[in-house]
Design a binder for this molecule. Sequence first.
Ligand SMILES: [Zn+2]
Length: 319
Amino acid sequence: MWNFSRHGAYTVKSGYYQIMNNIMNHTQAHQKDGNWAKLWHISTPPKIRSFLWRAARDYLPCRIKLQSRNIQVPSQCVTCESGLENNWHIFIDCPYAKECWKVAKFEELVSQCAREEDSFPKWLFKSLNKCPTTGQPNFSAVLWSLWRYRNEKLWNGVSRPPHITVSLGFDMVLRWNQAQRKSIQGQNSISRRNENVRWTKPPEPSMKCNVDTALFKEQRAVGFGTVVRDSMGNFMVSKTCVTCGLFDVKEAEALALLDAFKWTSSLELQDVIFETDSETVVKTIRSKNVDYTEFGSIIFGCGVQSNSRSSPFFQNPTC
Ligand SMILES: [Zn+2]
């Protein structure tokens, strides 16, 4: 007796639906509270945004974290050589971190949020929330710079005063913003010259996720390329991967889209507009017809995934 269909009989559709349900429940179980949209929209280099995400998800390999995975390391903070090295210590309690926050003029914000919150992710989101938009890039840069200094001290024995650590972070944000402005000016002049450029910016505050594929028939493999940009057209995050299997073009395009759904969901990205250049995929997802082929199963997965997102829709840049 198969419990996941109305008549108790196994069907490809009900089987696939059950698998997708498990994937979605698994993904949702790992989602954490917090303003992830704000985090991904901070105007900093992508590597700082990725770092913030890893920190908020408790993925940074600090010593207490490593010990919890049975890896034999000392427990003392690398930077001050005292205190238990967890996120809270590295970024809030460590005397070196306190000096950095003081130099960066975020001392009051940091200590106020630390009094109000009892976990590092909550502290991080509250701090970002209370920080004015213009200050968020530098606030994020200090966090990133503290982590970088910790790693440089651990692996290369580097030692430097707090004001240098702060200015290295600030300088990185400054140079990135200058480069972004030049890049946007360059893009605008290219767009005016070349009317064939079809990519359009998503409306504020959405992001746009473009997916593309490459088939390697001899190697029996397919490559996915996925890139997310914000409403200013700035690069945010990207992913490439290759998976084995013999697929035709439309199956590969549908798989790439399904992979993009799951990946952006795991990054807690919200308000994402997905864009594929496969008209067949777009039309099939929008169609109400049931397709029992392998392609139909992938499309069914795309439909299930899109229903779990806040405002997904599809655009076809070649239409
Ligand atoms: Zn310390």
